[in-house]
Design a binder for this molecule. Sequence first.
Ligand SMILES: C[S@@+](CC[C@H](N)C(=O)[O-])C[C@H]1O[C@@H](n2cnc3c(N)ncnc32)[C@H](O)[C@@H]1O
Length: 562
Amino acid sequence: MAPHVKVRQAFAATRALGIPDEEVKPILKQLLRVYNKKWELIEGENFRTLIDTYYESKEDKNIGDGNGSTAGQDGYERPSKRLHLEKQENQHSNSANQTSSSSSEEMASRKASASSPTLYSNSTVEAGLGQISEVLPGKIFKKELSRAKANSIATLPPLTESTRLGHSDQHSPLDSEAKSSADIIRNVSNSNGITGPNTKVLSDLRKDSEVSNSIASTSSSGPTNARRRHCSSRKGCFINLTDITKGAEKVKISLADDPRNEHLPAFNYIPHNIIYQSAHVQISLARIADEDCCSSCMGDCLSSELPCACARETGGEFAYTPVGQLKEEFLESCKSLKVNPQEKDFVYCQDCPIERSRNDSRPEKCKGHLIRKFIKECWRKCGCDMHCGNRVVQRGITCKLQVFLTEEGKGWGVRTLEELPKGTFVCEYVGEIVTNTELYDRNMQKKGRERHTYPVMLDADWGSEGHLQDEEALCLDATYHGNVARFINHRCFDANLIDIPVEVETPDRHYYHIAFFTARKVGAFEELNWDYGIDFDDKDHPVKAFKCCCKSSHCRDMKRRK
Ligand SMILES: C[S@@+](CC[C@H](N)C(=O)[O-])C[C@H]1O[C@@H](n2cnc3c(N)ncnc32)[C@H](O)[C@@H]1O
């Protein structure tokens, strides 16, 4: 539909609420700029985003004017979710010198919140946070918890409060139980002076605050909105709603505000994998042979007629297209490996670390590991530049993502705030690189209902590795240190993401990256999910599987229960 028709429709929707066109016009312009002229993000629910943003800006003006009313002139009341958000913001935007316009990020995040039916619900999260039993999917490391291994129990490095996303309550004088969340937020905003960059920041909040300040100061849409968006989701736990990555990614990843008062697990956001302690991952240029890189290339390898040496891994073709997406054929063949696993698509270990971990004295035969299609990206020894089309995963997240509380009892989840074409790189599964032994030790130290996220086994090349010791078998654990992928939920069979192993800085496949690509076109605000590969029939599994709420018609758990 022609844009002017849409503009007319937008005015019709706002006029119906008694809002004059001239007041809507600048808001609409701003939204179009923020959403890159994607009308579909604005026109939904009869221009709900536009209306919300209009009232929001009005309300901000009212706040500035000392009038805190939340109803529009026509009596239009915004939903409770919005009020909740505003309430929080008002609390910590106590300092008077606030400006009225919202940043693009805030608007996008608000739009996402507003468009989600989940956010208006009062329902509780059944299997949600704090109650979720840990699940280690089939392809994920399984360790017999009863196995005695009293010696060599590794001690986890304590997370320093300042590096955690959520802060526990020991350090900040503000975090005492006597103070309500609102008090805490108020105190933070007062003591931190929000608009005054040199004001002393309380030590517990220093990191978040710095990030917030930088976000506020770099925010470019309209007048600067220096309002900091923190929420206190539990006693002493501060979360930056604007960017859970705390500036670690090139893009901000917001946390949708939610009235259900659930708290995000405390973890440290890291944008790249990191070795915990003993994992044997050797990264050195000397290990990369000349034939394993494309040192004579220049510029963008994808634009050359012949595939470079790095493309050899993907059958002499690049896995990526010139626009940086995964090629259709490559994606389809990866999908078919998962969807129709044939005998030939598995590789079997002589002595499987997974089976050993389940029963060391009498390990069963290896159940097989999926042969995966790998991508090999160009890297430091290659002659091409950083903009080479064969460097996608290493450039990091570029999509607009948001963490939100799901409706269906899955706890937190991740959604995209924009439409993603099929084959788009979304994010990597980032965590600590741990050995089987270290992971086992972590499991042993786990207390009570403490949640542990989901170590992903790096087993795609075990077939060629011969006998692997526990100390050699590697996995990624995102429990304490991880990225946004630690919030991506499971969906049986027809998930919209697919995990693909990607070789970047090591010439072998002992250690590699797990990258998520869209398996189909994904609409804006759709939840992202991937198939963890859980075997819901595995009764011997040391960890009880969750009751799957993926709602897929192919849900393996549902079929089993039936
Ligand atoms: C990697 S975490 C995903 C993030 C998690 N939802 C959270 O709130 O932190 C995996 C956990 O999420 C929950 N989960 C993921 N997918 C689910 C599903 N399809 N049905 C029910 N729970 C799910 C389970 O509790 C699972 O143990």
